[in-house]
Design a protein around this ligand. Structure first.
Ligand code: RIB
Ligand code: CA
Length: 312
């Protein structure tokens, strides 16, 4: 099967890191480039982390572009309390030797899409949607080029993880998220309703360490640091591995189940800012705009990641 052309938009972040490594380890995807955004930590750190991960994967030729340093309208909210000061605490990686591309990530995304065939590029969103929202507003003519947008974000049955109602990626830039939800291109959403069913188990983390490779060591360290927050908060057996669900969907869509529904984003009420209003029971006449996933084969998901990372 021809490889899928993808762009990854990301704010590494330990879970973003696993998603990036999974993509770099998988020949089913043709990674055109990585675009970083401010989110888990400020842009300078998410960009540094993305470069470090490309070196860790022994893919120094991967193009990394810095995108937006703050949301479209609201002030930046970061998540050092989850990811640590560097955004990749626990990884213990050397300073990157490779450098960022000089072009702005939003401009590169626009240029790349305009040069592509219609319906040919998948945008994988692992972070606040600022870059993608900005690209759509700046150059709406890119829309026919986008095959689909697969994004980690939102929540409904699970509620929120940064406020009682809202998930972090959507909450940080609800205006960008609203633009993406209404863009008219096929959307696949991996919300907390599915990622909270993908909890890391100690046995799996130990299997990463048992790879006895630089990737195994770094991922064991970063994920052991990262999961502590959710284990403590939810009292769960392990932390949720959010962002790799996006890449896993491209590799093995059969791992997931969901429903075509309408999803809209709250951008007015401060109380519910960034909430994803999901018409799961079709109680409105709002047209379905997304495949909203709520089931995952977790064993298959973790086996896929371990297998692919073992080849890096
Ligand atoms: O709510 C989880 C999301 O927010 C993930 O993408 C995580 O990396 C953070 O960006
Ligand atoms: Ca992320």
């Amino acid at each position: 099967m021809p490889s899928q052309k993808i762009i990854i938009d990301t704010d590494p972040g330990q879970d973003d890191a696993i998603a990036i490594l999974l993509a770099l380890a998988s020949e089913e995807v043709d990674l055109l480039g990585i675009v970083t955004v401010a989110g888990n930590v400020p842009l300078e750190l998410t960009s540094r982390n993305a470069l470090m991960l490309c070196e860790l994967a022994k893919k120094p030729e991967t193009k990394v572009f810095a995108g937006c340093s703050r949301p479209l309208v609201r002030p930046l909210i970061t998540a050092e309390h989850v990811h640590g000061k560097t955004g990749l605490d626990g990884a213990d990686l050397p300073e990157p030797r490779i450098s960022l591309q000089t072009q702005h990530g939003v401009d590169w995304t626009i240029e790349t899409l305009l040069a592509a065939e219609d319906n040919s590029v998948t945008i994988c969103c692992l972070a606040p949607l600022t870059n993608v929202g900005m690209a759509i507003v700046k150059a709406p003519e890119i829309l026919p080029k986008i095959k689909n947008i697969v994004l980690m974000g939102g929540g409904f049955f699970e509620g929120g993880n940064i406020t009682p109602t809202s998930e972090f990626n959507i909450y940080v830039d609800p205006h960008a998220a609203n633009t993406v939800m209404k863009c008219g291109r096929p959307l696949v959403i991996m919300p907390l309703d599915v990622t909270h069913k993908a909890l890391m188990q100690r046995k799996w983390l130990d299997a990463l360490r048992a790879l006895k490779t630089p990737v195994g060591k770094a991922t064991y360290g970063m994920l052991s640091f990262y999961e502590r927050f959710d284990v403590e908060k939810y009292g769960s057996s392990g932390g949720p591995l959010h962002d790799p669900t996006v890449i896993a969907y491209l590799l093995k869509p059969e791992l997931f189940e969901g429903r075509q529904v309408n999803v809209e984003v709250e951008i007015n009420s401060e109380l519910t800012m960034g909430m994803t209003s999901v018409d799961w029971w079709k109680v409105t006449d709002r047209a379905p705009n997304a495949t909203y996933m709520n089931q995952i084969n977790a064993d298959g998901f973790f086996a896929l990641i371990l297998d692919r990372l073992s080849h890096l």
